[in-house]
Design a protein around this ligand. Structure first.
Ligand SMILES: [Zn+2]
Length: 173
């Protein structure tokens, strides 16, 4: 749950598991309350996109929904994020696991580093290659251990479309 300035008022359920796997120790639930959600979003582009989503939900008072991926080195995990407007400009952000499939590991793991050569999409986990974006589980190559996070064109389109939908619904009243 976020307050009107996107500070974490409350985190529930899966946050500790999620943080342990994706963010590392310092982001554990007890320590993040009061911090800004943006401080937990890796990568400038992903931050920008998340800010757009939160702003639009706040303004339109409509729920935003999108499917995304949050893989581990040996598991493809299909997730859904929902951002729901609440009273007093608060926002509820939920992440639901839709499907998880174990696959041959693509490497020992990866971590975020600003400005890293390899770019990974925050929303689908695809890696940027010179000839396009690819699913790391389908390349047969070892996953880079250091990545910067970005947003691939496909996810940008999906997000833009969903934002358009809620803006339109918002205008309709
Ligand atoms: Zn993507």
């Amino acid at each position: 749950m976020l307050d009107s300035a996107y500070r974490l008022l409350w985190v529930g359920g899966d946050w500790d598991d999620f943080a342990a796997e994706n963010l590392g120790g310092p982001a554990r639930a007890s320590r993040v309350l009061g911090s800004n959600l943006m401080d937990h979003v890796a990568g400038a582009e992903a931050q920008e996109v998340m800010a757009d989503i939160l702003n639009d939900v706040q303004e339109t008072k409509r729920s935003f929904r999108m499917e995304y991926r949050c893989d581990s080195p040996e598991q493809r995990r299909d997730m859904r994020m929902t951002v729901t407007p609440m009273r007093h400009d608060r926002l509820m952000v939920t992440h639901d696991l839709r499907d998880a499939r174990s696959l041959p590991a693509v490497g020992p793991g990866w971590r975020w580093e600003k400005g890293a050569w390899d770019c990974k999409c925050s929303f689908c986990g695809f890696l940027r290659r010179t000839d396009g974006w690819v699913d790391p589980f389908e390349t047969g190559l070892r996953h880079p251990e250091v990545v910067d996070y970005g947003v691939c064109p496909t996810c940008r389109q999906v997000i833009e479309k969903e934002l358009e939908r809620i803006r339109k619904a918002g205008r309709a009243g």
